[in-house]
Design a binder for this molecule. Structure first.
Ligand SMILES: [Zn+2]
Length: 294
C-alpha cells in the first residue's frame, strides 16, 4: 500500500481561492448594478481576510464558534448591505446552474475527490458539493471553495442543515482536519455469530487521542449514519467471502484462513477506515468465523 492511497480520503485543499469564486459567481449575474454592488461589498482584500480566517478556524477546528445566523431568523443583513439571501443566491443561482460561468469551478471542486465520497469513506460516488458549514447559517461562505466538499447524495441528505455548536460535535473536514483522523484507524467492527453472520461497526479511537478527538469521530460516524451504511455494505459483501471459504478455501485451517483474511485487508489498497478493510480485519480476528464451517 503506498502513502497516497493510505491517505486517500483526506483531500487536498482547493487551489481555487475565494476571490476567484466571487468573480466567477458574480460574472453570471445579469444586472450590472447587482453585480457591482456585491463586488463593492466584498472587495478582494475583504475576501482574502475572510478566507484566511476561515482556513485558520478550520485547521484549528474552531468553525463551531464562528458567528452564525440562527435558523428561522429571516433574511438579515450580513455584510455591508448584503442580506443572507444575496449571499446564498450566489451559490444556488450563480454557482451551481450548468449555464453559469462559475459552474466550471463547481465541477473542478467536485473532481478533486476522484469520484469517491470522502465523508462516508468511499461508499458513495461524488454527485454534489456539501457546505461544511451550512450556507443558511453562515451565508458569507456560500461560494468559498474551502467550505465546499465533494460528496455523495446520501451524505448530503443525511446531513441536517444544523452545524454543531460545540467543538466535540464537529464532523471531519477532509481538507483541513489533522492528518491523524485520516491516517489512524478509528472505525472498528465485531462479528456477530449467526447464519448469516453480521458485521457490526463501531467507533474506537486510538487510546492516545484526546476525548474531544474521539468525540469528533463519533459525531462524524453518527452524522453520516455510518454504522448502518457500513453494515449494509458488509452484509451484501459477506456471502461471496463465505462462498469462497466453503469452496476454494475449504482446505485452509482456521489459522491459515485468518491469515488469508488479514492479507486481503492489507492488499486492497484501502484507507485505514474503509468499511471493507475493517470488515476483513474483524473477520480475521474472529475465532468463531475462521473456525466455523458455514
Ligand atoms: Zn458519502
Amino acid at each position: 500500500m503506498d502513502g497516497a492511497s493510505n491517505r486517500m480520503r483526506r483531500l487536498p485543499a482547493p487551489t481555487i481561492d475565494f476571490c476567484t469564486a466571487l468573480i466567477e459567481a458574480t460574472n453570471g449575474i445579469g444586472s450590472p448594478v447587482t453585480q457591482a454592488n456585491i463586488r463593492a461589498q466584498i472587495p478582494p482584500p475583504t475576501a482574502v481576510a475572510i478566507e484566511a480566517a476561515f482556513h485558520t478556524g478550520a485547521q484549528a477546528a474552531l468553525l463551531y464558534s464562528f458567528p452564525r445566523i440562527a435558523s428561522g431568523a429571516g433574511d438579515p443583513v450580513v455584510l455591508g448591505n448584503l442580506r443572507k439571501s444575496d449571499l446564498t443566491k450566489l451559490y444556488t443561482q450563480y454557482f451551481v446552474p450548468k449555464e453559469k460561468p462559475a459552474r466550471r469551478l463547481y465541477d473542478q471542486l467536485k473532481i478533486t475527490a476522484n469520484g469517491k465520497c470522502p465523508l462516508c469513506g468511499d461508499i458513495g460516488h461524488v454527485r454534489t458539493l456539501d457546505h461544511y458549514i451550512p450556507k443558511a447559517n453562515f451565508p458569507i461562505y456560500s461560494v468559498m471553495p474551502g467550505n465546499l466538499i465533494p460528496c455523495c447524495r446520501d451524505c448530503n441528505s443525511e446531513k441536517l442543515n444544523a452545524f454543531s455548536a460545540t467543538l466535540a460535535g464537529q464532523t471531519l473536514h477532509p481538507y483541513f482536519d489533522d492528518a491523524k483522523f485520516f491516517d489512524e484507524q478509528w472505525v472498528n467492527a465485531r462479528v456477530i455469530a449467526g447464519t448469516p453472520p453480521v458485521i457490526e461497526y463501531y467507533v474506537s479511537p486510538p487510546a492516545h487521542w484526546s476525548p474531544t478527538e474521539g468525540n469528533r469521530v463519533a459525531a462524524h460516524f453518527a452524522e453520516y449514519d455510518l454504522a448502518e451504511r457500513f453494515g449494509i455494505e458488509a452484509g451484501a459483501d459477506l456471502p461471496e467471502t463465505i462462498y469462497t471459504r466453503r469452496t476454494t478455501l475449504h482446505g485452509f485451517s482456521p489459522h491459515e484462513y485468518a491469515e488469508h483474511l488479514r492479507e486481503k485487508s492489507e492488499n486492497m489498497s484501502l484507507h485505514v477506515n474503509n468499511w471493507r478493510r475493517v470488515m476483513f480485519l474483524s473477520l480475521a480476528n474472529d475465532h468463531w468465523f475462521c473456525a466455523h464451517p458455514h
